[in-house]
Design a binder for this molecule. Structure first.
Ligand SMILES: [Fe+2]
Ligand SMILES: [Fe+2]
Length: 141
């Protein structure tokens, strides 16, 4: 499983967004690490809730950034954020409701959270590529 940090190819070249995605990736990796000690189940839930809140803050930051740019797919991207928000919420709610010390269940949710992050990054990559193609953005790669 790729739970050790943001992959190099996941970087988009926009520092603020990359920093947020890297922080989200670290938070998911921390949840994964806690699986090694089953007594930390409450910590896992706390970290999962913090992850959800941070993801939400990230969406708000991105929404504000996109609002300031002439981004033609803005409405669709906001819809994707709302969908991802719901995905995070339902997965974290599911994680919070599962039986304490059920390592396999948390492992499954950790993988799902990692997959949601991949989807977030790929949506943002589409945005960056469009902004570059339209001459709005220039990135370092
Ligand atoms: Fe993002
Ligand atoms: Fe986004």
């Amino acid at each position: 499983m790729k739970l050790t940090g943001l992959r190099l190819d996941a970087r988009l070249g926009i520092r603020e967004i990359d920093n947020d995605h890297a922080a989200l990736s670290r938070m998911i990796a921390e949840i994964g690490k806690l699986l090694h000690n089953q007594n930390y189940f409450d910590d896992i839930r706390d970290k999962a809730v913090r992850l959800f809140r941070f993801a939400d803050e990230h969406f708000t930051r991105e929404d504000t950034m996109m609002d300031a740019l002439p981004y033609t797919k803005y409405a669709g991207h906001i819809d994707t954020h709302k969908k991802l928000h719901m995905s995070f919420l339902s997965q974290i709610a599911g994680m919070s409701n599962c039986a304490p010390n059920s390592r396999d269940v948390v492992l499954k949710y950790t993988q799902i959270l990692s997959d949601i992050l991949d989807e977030m990054v790929s949506t943002d990559r589409d945005m960056v590529n469009i902004l570059i193609a339209e001459g709005v953005l220039q990135t370092s790669h």
